[in-house]
Design a protein around this ligand. Structure first.
Ligand SMILES: [Zn+2]
Length: 473
């Protein structure tokens, strides 16, 4: 197999549900879950005689997304995309076609690669079908149930140019896009709840200058892991066909999580199959410049800007640490405690290792208390282990680190007490102390362990080593 001579070409379509209070055309609540068919009305069911009324907030969220993705925000129109499917009772989906609200933007990945965005348009979500039967898939099912709670939920579909060249890059793109979308506040970006869904268009070609090959679209991949696997599988499948002298048939395919392979769903539709025509019940949307400018001005800091800020403050932090810190939304707290004099390295370590496992509680930490705690570890008043224990208590209910440390019995021992204990342990273990004196660093951990045992963890590790060093001479 000669995978090296093929270059994958990948474009991604990402659907994100907007966080509006109500649906796109009606006053039904836009909420995930709920008893089936309880968030519905004649409008989102598309019953005859009803008229859609555009949700202003959905338009504004779409504009935020466009601004965050460096798009041109333009006057736009709605079209009907006609097709029959049980989850779409009116037999068409209202979407934007040749005049979408956002065009020609880009997204810069943390690796420095720029992926162009062709468009980011508004459309309505469909209902949800569940297929009855063991497999949960339409094949071999004995019936279907439809829940229309999701019908009419506002979506923005973000279409990238075919600029992505590997499954890893596709993952980077979706992670960064998700972070940007969440930062705008337009969506919660929860892939597991389906509020962010990814379709991947994949083809391969012989080298970077060859014309694009025929592409296949993999539908509704619902995690980053699956996205990487689905793309990897599809690249391999296409290369194998080409190497055998076959040709790729344009198809829509589904990624099967169990077999880790893609299977054909249907031959890929072309735009003309949908018989698009302008939606007669909705006027065009032409946001005024004042509105567009207001959105651009109010746009919160984006992940790339926030990462740059952390890097500026703590230049030697690793990129992966900074990415995680911003992803977990803990960069604000980090910058705050550092500005109060806390040590960058310890603060970052405690945030990423301990606080990140309890994000919600971590975000509520008082910056002054947290800075004080980091100071106690830095000065050696608390050992790292003690610091973690105090932090765990602070995450549970907050409070002053000094008081918590005292209540846990972490008040430092006075030097005389400590020296007595250490002298006793040295006398009990003369051989080990000789090895320590000879420069065997590992033995110091043995002594620290013994002292901790004797003092029930009250002693400070750093202080123990200092005493040992002093006793050498
Ligand atoms: Zn409704």
């Amino acid at each position: 197999m000669s995978e090296e001579k093929y270059e994958p070409v990948i474009g991604l379509e990402v659907h994100c549900e907007l966080k509006t209070a109500t649906k796109l055309w009606c006053a039904c609540p836009n909420e995930f879950g709920g008893e089936p068919n309880t968030h519905i009305c004649p409008i989102c069911l598309g019953l005859p005689g009803t008229l859609p009324v555009l949700n202003r907030n959905a338009v504004e969220y779409a504009m935020w997304i466009g601004a965050a993705l460096n798009c041109e925000i333009k006057p736009s129109k709605f079209h009907r995309k006609n097709y029959f499917y049980p989850d779409m009772p009116k037999d068409f989906q209202i979407s934007q076609y040749d005049e979408p609200i956002n065009v020609q933007g880009y997204l810069d990945l943390p690796t420095g690669i720029r992926i162009r965005i062709e468009r980011a348009h508004i459309e309505e979500d469909t209902g949800k079908s569940s297929h009855l039967g063991k497999s949960g898939r339409i094949h071999a099912s004995y019936g279907a149930l439809v829940d229309y709670n999701r019908a009419g939920v506002p979506l923005v579909e973000i279409v990238s140019a075919p600029d992505i060249r590997s499954s890893e890059q596709a993952k980077d793109y979706v992670s960064e896009l998700r972070a940007v979308l969440v930062a705008t506040g337009a969506t919660d970006g929860r892939m597991e709840e389906g509020s962010l869904r990814v379709d991947a268009n994949v083809s391969v070609r012989k080298g970077p200058n060859a014309p694009f090959g025929t592409r296949c679209e993999i539908k509704n991949v619902n995690s980053l892991r699956s996205l990487v696997r689905a793309i990897e599988y599809e690249i391999k499948r296409q290369i194998e066909i080409l190497e055998d002298g076959g040709r790729i048939v344009q198809q829509t395919r589904h990624f099967n999580e169990d077999t880790l392979s893609t299977v054909a769903l249907r031959s890929k539709e072309e735009a003309q199959d949908y018989r698009y025509f302008p939606e007669p019940d909705l006027p065009p949307v032409s946001p005024l410049d004042t509105w567009i400018n207001k959105v651009k001005q109010e746009l919160p800091p984006l992940p790339s800007q926030r990462r740059a800020k952390v890097k500026e403050t703590f230049g030697t932090a690793e990129d992966s640490q900074i990415i995680t810190l911003v992803e977990q939304d803990l960069d604000g707290l980090f910058l705050d405690v550092v500005s109060r004099g806390a040590d960058c390295e310890i603060a970052l370590r405690r945030l990423l290792n301990e606080a990140a496992s309890q994000i919600e509680a971590a975000k509520k930490l008082d910056a002054q208390d947290f800075a004080e705690l980091i100071g106690m570890e830095k000065s050696g008043k608390l050992s790292a282990t003690q610091c973690k224990a105090v932090l765990a208590n602070m995450l549970e209910g907050g409070g002053s680190p000094m008081q918590i440390a005292a209540s846990l019995g972490f008040e430092g021992m006075n030097s005389n007490e400590l020296e007595e204990v250490i002298t006793q342990i040295i006398n009990d273990n003369p051989d080990a102390f000789e090895r320590f004196k000879a420069g065997d660093e590992k033995v110091s951990q043995f002594f620290v362990g013994q002292v901790m045992k004797a003092t029930k963890g009250k002693a400070n590790g750093k202080a123990v080593i200092e005493f040992l060093e002093a006793k050498k001479s």
